[in-house]
Design a protein around this ligand. Structure first.
Ligand code: SPV
Ligand code: MG
Length: 288
């Protein structure tokens, strides 16, 4: 894909291409750069990761401005297109409208909004998940679609019906309503340990609108299987954050135990690597 093409067009192209595409969650610019170097197609700016990086739970605590700030910093660091997680859209239709305008202006490829009530709870938390009424949520999607200036700015509607324990029929009914409201793709979320309900949803999906899946719990489902099931985009939403937490824990406990930093030297990136990731030489050249 030509890097001069706008990020909105590039995100849309990922959804529309015949082969499956794959995004990885990032909370900051450095992570996004590592995602890009690893050869993935785009970045998911995860509300779970952005919240966790501030030691906050994923309970819809961050304002739109805070989420946008995080997305803008990620966007600045990578040439990959971004899909930004905007939770429930930060309110009603007018809040959704402003969200779309602001994210568009920041050069973000697109946003994803979910059919829960504000403040939402992370989909993997035990306990009740309060769904928004589908007509109310559809109205919110419609407002976003109506105000976007760039027709390539992608609006993904995320259906949480299966997460909330509703039936497959209800999930399909909701997703169809969101397509009618103008959604460009449907993220069908599931917390089962196998991909069964996502596969069934995709099998019964009659629209041309692409489907997105987040295989966090059903994580033995590979990209080939997802593509065969009819999924257009897979998101590995939080693996980078979880990898870094474990790595930091292990390294710090080793250093603490041994009383010297050298004990962990082989388990950590070199300073040279960080200089390279942060394009230090390039910046110094500009200042010369
Ligand atoms: C996120 O990464 O913030 C998501 C995906 O919304 S999940 O946590 O799987 O619900
Ligand atoms: Mg989220």
């Amino acid at each position: 894909m030509n890097l001069d093409t706008s990020k909105t067009a590039r995100l849309r192209a990922l959804l529309d291409r015949p082969t499956i595409a794959c995004l990885v969650g990032a909370r900051d610019g450095l992570t996004a750069r590592i995602v890009e170097d690893a050869g993935f197609d785009g970045v998911w700016v995860s509300s779970f990761e952005v919240s966790a990086s501030r030691a906050l739970p994923d309970l819809g605590l961050l304002t739109m401005d805070e989420c946008l700030g995080a997305a803008a910093r990620v966007n600045e660091a990578t040439s990959l297109p971004l899909l930004a997680d905007c939770d429930t859209g930060f309110g009603g239709p007018i809040n959704m409208a402003r969200t779309v305008r602001q994210y568009e202006a920041a050069g973000i490829g697109g946003i994803c909004v979910e059919d829960k009530v504000l403040p939402k709870r992370n989909s993997f938390l035990e306990g009740e998940q309060a769904l928004e009424r589908p007509e109310v949520f559809a109205h919110r999607v419609e407002a976003g679609v109506r105000v976007r200036r760039d027709p390539d700015f992608t609006i993904v509607a995320r259906c949480e019906a299966l997460i909330a324990g509703e039936s497959m029929e209800e999930a399909l009914r909701r997703a169809n309503l969101y397509v009618e409201a103008g959604a460009d793709a449907i993220l069908i979320h599931s917390k089962q340990r196998d991909p069964g309900e996502v596969v069934e949803f995709a099998r019964r999906w009659r629209q041309r609108t692409p489907l997105v899946a987040v295989p966090t719990t059903y994580n033995r489902w590979n990209l080939t299987e997802a593509e065969q099931a009819g999924i257009s985009l897979v998101i590995y939403a939080n693996q980078a954050l979880r990898a870094s937490v474990l790595a930091m824990r292990n390294v710090l406990s080793e250093i603490r135990l041994r009383g010297e930093a050298g004990a962990a030297e082989d388990s950590i990136a070199s300073m040279k690597e960080i200089f390279s990731l942060t394009r230090t030489a390039e910046w110094e050249e500009w200042g010369a």
